[in-house]
Design a protein around this ligand. Structure first.
Ligand SMILES: [Zn+2]
Length: 180
């Protein structure tokens, strides 16, 4: 039960990128093997649930830190079940959901559509409170304490686009970040 959590207090959706070259078809299995190398381990006693948009594979991935991976063709792969604490945003894992998009800062239209579908479903069906939707970089420490995490304060640039702008813009893909 160590890594199990209730969804009651989950209130944040964190978007990541895989930091792989844009347009290259990296998979959830590859990310799983990188996370295995980093020593991450899933709690396989927590089962994956059937979900409307996500693709499960058997056996489930054993290491991955994200709850979902969005591959280049728009497939949404299951990583960890929502009831398992993720390993994707240091200090923020217990109360957040981690979504990783394959690429660095430009994504296919299918990926953008899948991200919108997934986040919308999480908000409508799974997360009780209206969640904060942010990028990994937005969780960097606010060094000068002015209430805003500015670009110079980003520990990393993940996910390469402004998630809050995208969410405020009703999940319309950001032009500068659409893979041509
Ligand atoms: Zn990240």
């Amino acid at each position: 039960m160590g890594n199990w959590r209730s969804l009651e207090n989950v209130d944040t959706i964190v978007v990541h990128c895989a930091a792989t070259p844009n347009g290259q078809p990296f998979t959830a299995e590859q990310i799983d093997s990188w996370h295995a190398d980093r020593g991450f381990k899933r709690d396989l006693t927590i089962p994956l649930e059937a979900e409307p948009f996500t693709l499960h594979t058997e056996p489930p991935l054993g290491h991955i830190g994200y709850h979902y991976v969005i591959e280049l063709d728009g497939t949404i792969r299951s990583g960890r079940p929502l009831n398992e604490i993720g390993a994707h945003a240091y200090g923020h894992n217990r109360f957040s959901v981690g979504i990783c998009i394959v690429g660095t800062d430009a994504f296919t239209k299918r990926q953008w559509a899948a991200l919108a579908t997934l986040v919308d479903w999480l908000i409508c069906e799974r997360i009780a409170a209206p969640p904060v939707i942010c990028g990994h970089r937005d969780l960097s420490p606010d060094v000068n304490g002015d209430g805003e995490v500015e670009p110079w304060e980003w520990v990393k640039t993940c996910p390469g686009f402004d998630v809050k702008e995208w969410a405020e813009n009703k999940f319309v893909p950001l032009d500068k970040h659409i893979l041509a």
